[in-house]
Design a protein around this ligand. Structure first.
Ligand code: GDP
Length: 300
């Protein structure tokens, strides 16, 4: 994964040096932890997350499990791996479905985060899993948004519920509510609601998203975040958590060559699990997120 190339290389280098040692002294551990700290900060992981992470690694690396290990350096790598899995959310968290369909999934995030693309990816994936989803165009802010969702829907082979053309600006809350009622009648078992984003966090957008949430009572509210936005990821995520309160995170653009710290900070800072990862513009560039696999990729 291009995103973590640099971080991976730096950690690999740090561990290589560590492996030349037999027993580890406190200063070996401190040196290693310092290198890890720098590598994470340079990858744009948020300071709070880095502090907590390195404190835990240090405490464990100085403890008995390393002292008694046959290969102390390897044990430290193992600890870093486990702690990375921890900040990425621990166990895999699967998408939750409603006991009584339709399952309602609402997408939220800034403009350009990748929501509309994700709507198509998710729809295609759900069809493959045997579901009968419908996409809902509740982004009525941008003139092109409805058309863009229709294009994505056609690619995924999934119908799109949208306000009638020419009926004016429309009310996204009503569109979302009508769509859920329509899905019940037409037996679509999953409703995916695409909502409007803005370039920055904006009170009106947040209120609209909160109103859509209230009107449709979603089973999942997925916050889509562009892994390339760096340090802004944490403030954006917190604003959305306060404004709409999401149930899970989708990391998009993990194929980019930005530093990817967003990916490593968001779950830990919000306490919400990462459920999917998006790795390209195509509808198949998408997968359920596994904290342990991501950690292994970073440490490979
Ligand atoms: P929205 O404004 O949140 O609905 O974002 P869009 O779905 O319109 O995506 C914005 C741009 O990012 C589009 O050009 C997409 O093709 C692109 N995009 C979305 N997801 C990914 C991804 O995972 N990787 C890459 N490289 N580009 C993506």
């Amino acid at each position: 994964m291009a995103t973590f190339g640099n971080l991976s290389d730096r950690l690999a280098e740090t561990f290589k040096q560590l492996r030349t040692k037999g027993k580890l002294s406190a200063s070996d551990v401190d040196g290693t932890v310092r290198e890890i700290r720098r590598a994470l900060l340079d990858a744009d992981v948020s300071l709070d997350v880095v502090k907590e992470f390195t404190a835990r690694v240090r405490e464990r690396a100085l403890g008995d499990e390393v002292n008694r290990a046959l290969n102390p350096a390897q044990q430290v790598v193992q600890i870093v791996n486990e702690e990375l899995v921890g900040i990425l959310g621990g166990q895999q968290r699967r998408l939750q479905f409603a006991k009584n369909p339709p399952t309602v999934i609402m997408l939220a995030g800034l403009q350009g985060a990748g929501k509309t693309t994700l709507a198509g990816k998710l729809a295609k994936w759900l069809v493959k899993e045997g579901h009968t989803p419908i996409l809902v165009a509740a982004d009525l802010q941008r003139p092109n948004a409805v058309t863009q969702l229709q294009v994505v829907g056609a690619q995924a082979g999934v119908p799109v519920f949208a306000p009638e053309p020419g009926t004016g600006v429309g009310d996204p809350v009503k569109v979302a509510r009508d769509a859920v009622a329509h899905a019940e009648r037409a037996l679509h078992d999953v409703v995916i609601i695409d909502t409007a984003g803005r370039l920055g966090v904006d009170a009106e957008m947040m209120k609209q998203a909160a109103n859509i949430r209230k009107a449709t009572n979603p089973d999942e509210v997925l916050f889509v975040i562009d892994a390339m936005i760096g340090q802004d990821a944490v403030t954006t995520a917190k604003a959305f958590q306060e404004g709409v309160d999401f149930t899970g995170v989708v990391l998009s653009k993990l194929d980019g060559d930005a530093r990817g710290g967003a990916a490593l900070s968001v779950a830990s800072v919000t306490g919400r699990p990462i459920i999917f990862a998006s790795t390209g513009e195509g509808l198949d560039d998408f997968e359920p997120f596994h904290p342990d696999r991501m950690a292994s990729r970073i440490l490979d």
